[in-house]
Design a protein. Structure first.
Lengths: 488, 495
């Protein structure tokens, strides 16, 4: 029997506002900040303290809601989600339940099957919990509570069960992360836990419209865990159904070490969260003016930018994907391409230099694009030098390497300083060729005996003698001519 | 004229201004009264004599310094000692809420309402007794022992602000702050023969008030006379950016001059449902009717009105308040502050800490609220209660279309005996039947003494007005007190 997986995702994304959702504490990097240094009486839930909504968090949430083409509620309501856990200072989480901030949106994804929209069910604001660390000391287990994260604004983005493969899940998660980064609301830094996934997975006979029994996989903190756990669940559920069994509705975790889903026991066992409207916060009102302000300030979104840049620069889908993955990359590329265009340089060359040489260097140095020592204008100038033949490609790479080494520099000046200006002068090149042939009579003999491959080696020797500056085409011509002349 | 601890707030401030008495003398006088009476009344959970005297001396020094700089304006309540109910946070002072679960807890911050008074120059001499987490009507639910009514030490002072009411009645302080979630300022004011204001919900910041029923909680104030309350109310009131439910509205100055004349032509409504309750003490009805007749003689028009949903206030309150409380009290888990009952397993820390350190009434309300919010019951209880609450609000809106304010008894009877109702929670809940509606509707209420029963126990009346019309209540009640003297009576034990 053929089965079709049905998958929906809940994504929790921290909003990287300056201060927390309901108090003035700073939002800090959890992986580096000392525990409990960004905590006040409000987020530690001392008696008598009250929450106040962080307007910036609402603003960020509205950006996401609008980018996801959601309907934004003019009035949404915060609610208390009640459960006990030591990382939850108030004993309830302030979230949104019945009346969320936004609903009915969609996110465009691209897979090998092409483009499609995944429907978004809801987007709502809530606060993050603290973090527990379990330590062993003197043979006893202690649980340490760090409240730095408690109260950090969290956006929950819930999709409809619209995905049917791991590839689609990956595409959705990637597109959402990309969108959040474009909007400047989340760093996308998975290692720091700023985006977490939960997947609802069921399978059903292919062609069926009914939904199968679903499981929920919680606490997925990486793309890998997300993909592997969903793939595992699909296989497991299919096997259960094929064996004539029934899938049990349950909450699962992902066991990274054993690569399998495992039933989860913990706070999730208490199923009744007893939601009720948060009496400490009046309903959140979003008026048209606010929405319009946010809408007007939205950047060009990844999906639109992908389409436009493909058209405008004649990019392949793969190139467009790469160049729009991050807003800063796309900005850099477009600036460089436009500057290059003014110098008559084909965009294709810029694409190759950005995705090849520049990305390579950035990777090696561990730099982000906004930390690149060469400006888009500089890169365009460099590519133009190559295009005009003032630099050969190899020498161009050297210039780029030098700019990286110096932490900056103007390409032409660097070229001059290194003496890398390309030599196309035939007389000079003929001298280098003659010297090389003189020095390597054995190789010349081999060539003349019919061993064509020696030509490349000899070419290399000439380039070396020219310290890389020689115009390769002129060298090749001169070399061939000189060798043929020796044939007599 | 020599100053005595029986002076009004205005008289004390005048004496301080004129130099007839120093803040240190005033503070010492009240501290002495506390020392003398506390053993019998037990109004306080903590007293800070040294700190209070130091603050008094600082206030005196400031006044002295200001005499040399006549253009310097001094804070309006400089050097005046007060007490604060122990559910309001004051930095550096214990905040127990009458509960073992917060024993020894000292907050690092001060409630906004209290801070505004401190900025105005008051001196806090101590924290007053309360039913645990303000849940109760007799102060018998305090984990630290009950407060006794100064009018009859075998009786309760009412609750939950019973400590503040008793302290004021016995003139251990001239003024005390209370809180009112279902009548907790007005009912003890009534039982102890003092005046007490429950402001409009949203008028005074709740920041630093330990939450019981968040949509009902208000910070109020108690003093012998209504005029004593006014400066405290106007200083505490107003928007606080730290409380999202506090209203951003101007606080009009309350003008008490010509209050008697202003009663002329006012329409006073008598809600008939407040006079029909079962088991009402006839003397209470008679005293309130007499007080209303008195207002009539001052020129008020008295009209009977109906608040038809009044009978639902009690069940609605006992769903909404416990529901909110069940969440509000979840933070007391022994993890971050307060005492912890240790255990090997994490869940046992929760169970034991909460199981052993909460008292029975708190547990009862947590269970009630948890039940009302549970899946499958939410619609029938919590959601339904919210709908009925809307009807109760509408009752008041309709009434205030016909009348300017309402006059009614505060409680069905006068102070009862200690232990008389502790075994019967429902009988205890019924004490609040006339005070709950104002909390559910969010309207202001002002209680003040209008007589005594045959046993010499005070009887209170409350005025209720439209939202944010505390000024109206103050003027009418002041007019009454200008022309009567019930509020000047002092219990024998305190004379």
């Amino acid at each position: 029997m053929q089965f079709e997986p049905v998958i929906g995702l809940e994504v929790h994304a921290e909003l990287q506002t300056r201060s927390k959702m309901f108090c003035a504490c700073p939002v800090v990097d959890l992986t580096t900040a000392e525990p409990n240094t960004a905590v006040c009486e409000v987020c530690a839930a001392l008696p008598g303290t009250l929450p106040v909504i962080n307007e910036q968090a609402v603003d960020y949430a509205l950006r996401v809601a609008l980018a996801l083409e959601c309907q934004v509620r003019r009035v949404s309501v915060f609610a208390r989600k009640n459960y006990f856990y030591p990382d939850l200072p108030k004993g309830y989480q302030i979230s949104q339940y019945e009346l969320p901030l936004a609903q009915h949106g969609r996110l465009w994804i691209r897979t090998s099957q092409g483009e499609r929209a995944v429907r978004i069910r809801r987007v709502h604001l809530e606060e993050d919990t603290g973090k527990l660390t379990h330590v062993q000391r003197d043979g006893e287990t202690y649980s340490l509570v760090d409240l730095n994260r408690a109260g950090v604004p969290l956006l929950e983005i819930v999709s409809e069960p619209d995905m049917h493969s791991v590839e689609e899940v990956r595409a959705y998660a990637t597109a959402l992360r990309q969108l959040l980064r474009y909007l400047g609301v989340n760093s996308g830094d998975m290692q720091k836990g700023v985006i977490r996934f939960e997947a609802n997975v069921s399978v059903r006979p292919a062609g069926s419209q009914a939904l199968g029994t679903r499981v929920e996989i919680k606490n997925l903190n990486s793309f890998r865990a997300l993909e592997e756990s969903v793939a595992y669940e699909i296989r497991r559920q299919m096997a259960v159904l094929e064996a004539g069994g029934r899938v049990e509705q349950q909450t699962l975790g992902w066991d990274e070490a054993r690569r399998r889903t495992v039933p989860q026991r913990s706070k999730e066992e208490a199923h009744d969260y007893r939601y009720f409207p948060e009496p400490d916060l009046p309903p959140l009102q979003v008026d048209d003016a606010w929405l319009e302000r946010v809408r007007a300030a939205l950047p060009e979104l990844p999906h639109a930018r992908f389409q436009r840049m493909r058209q405008a620069y004649g990019l392949t889908p793969a190139e467009a994907e790469l160049l729009t993955a991050e807003r800063a990359v796309a900005d850099y590329f477009e600036a460089a391409a436009q500057a290059a265009r003014q110098q008559g340089v084909p965009t294709k060359m810029v694409v190759n230099w950005v995705t090849g040489e520049l990305f390579g260097r950035l990777n090696r140095e561990g730099l982000r694009i906004d930390e690149a020592p060469i400006t888009p204008q500089g890169l365009a100038d460099l590519v133009a030098l190559v295009h005009r033949g003032e630099l050969n490609k190899q020498a161009g790479q050297k210039v780029l390497a030098e700019i990286f080494a110096r932490g900056g520099g103007e390409p032409r000046a660097v070229m001059e300083a290194l003496g890398l200006r390309q030599v196309s002068d035939a007389d000079q090149i003929e001298v280098w060729v003659a010297e090389v042939l003189e020095a390597h009579p054995a190789e010349v003999a081999k060539y003349l005996a019919g061993k064509e491959s020696v030509l490349n080696w000899l070419f290399g020797q000439v380039m070396r003698r020219a310290r890389g500056r020689a115009n390769p085409q002129v060298v090749r011509q001169a070399l061939r001519a000189a060798l043929e002349a020796r044939r007599g | 004229m020599t100053w005595t601890p029986f002076a009004s707030v205005a008289e004390t401030l005048r004496a301080l201004e004129s130099g007839a008495v120093s803040s240190e003398e005033v503070t010492r006088a009240y501290l002495e009264r506390i020392a003398n009476l506390e053993g019998r009344v037990h109004a306080f959970l903590s007293v800070y004599p040294d700190e209070a005297l130091a603050a008094a001396r600082a206030a005196d020094a400031r006044r002295m310094a200001a005499r040399r700089h006549p253009d310097e304006t001094l804070p309006p309540l400089l050097g005046l000692p007060i007490a604060v109910k122990d559910v309001l946070a004051v930095r550096g002072m214990t905040l127990t809420c009458g509960s073992r679960i917060l024993e020894g807890f000292v907050p690092p911050y001060t409630a906004t309402a209290v801070q505004r008074l401190l900025d105005a120059g008051v001196i806090i001499v101590g924290k007053t007794n309360t039913d645990e987490f303000a849940m109760g009507s007799s102060t018998e639910n305090s984990a630290y022992g009950p407060t006794h009514n100064p009018w009859d030490l075998s009786r309760v002072p009412g609750g939950s602000s019973g400590g503040s009411a008793a302290a004021v009645a016995a003139r251990m302080v001239p003024v005390a702050l209370g809180t009112d979630t279902g009548g907790s300022v007005r009912q003890p004011a009534s039982y102890t023969g003092v005046s007490g204001l429950k402001p409009t919900y949203g008028r005074v910041s709740r920041y630093g008030l330990v939450a019981y029923g968040s949509s009902l909680d208000t910070v109020g104030v108690l003093a012998p006379a209504v005029a004593d309350l006014v400066p405290f109310f106007t200083l505490m009131a107003g928007h606080d950016p730290r409380d999202a439910t506090s209203m951003d509205l101007p606080v009009p100055a309350v003008d008490l001059t010509d209050a008697v004349e202003a009663v002329q032509g006012l329409r006073v409504g008598l809600p008939k449902e407040y006079f029909l309750a079962e088991g009402m003490q006839p003397e209470v009805v008679q005293a309130v009717q007499a007080a209303v007749r008195h207002l009539e003689t001052l020129g008020a028009q008295v009209v009977e009105v109906s608040l038809p949903h009044t009978e639902y206030a009690l069940p609605v309150y006992y769903i909404i308040a416990p529901s909110e409380a069940s969440a509000n009290l979840a933070r007391y888990d022994g993890i971050r502050y307060g005492p912890r009952v240790g255990a090997a397993r994490m869940w046992d820390v929760f169970y034991r800490t909460r199981g052993r350190l909460f008292g029975p009434e708190v547990k009862r309300r947590i269970m009630l609220g948890t039940y009302a919010l549970s899946a499958g019951y939410y619609d029938a209880y919590y959601a339904q209660a919210q709908k009925v609450r809307t009807l109760l609000k509408r009752d008041f809106e309709r009434a205030f279309e016909q009348v300017d304010l309402l006059a009614a008894p505060v409680a069905p009877s006068t102070a009862f005996k200690l232990g008389e109702k502790t075994e019967d929670p429902l009988a205890m809940y019924l004490e609040d039947v006339f005070t709950l509606p104002a909390n559910l509707a969010g309207v202001p209420g002002l209680a003040f003494p209008v007589g005594f029963d045959e046993q010499g126990l005070p009887i209170g009346m409350q005025l209720m007005g439209p939202h944010f019309r505390e000024d109206l209540l103050f003027r009418v009640a002041h007019a009454y007190q200008q022309t009567t003297d019930w509020h000047t009576r002092v219990p024998p034990v305190a004379r």
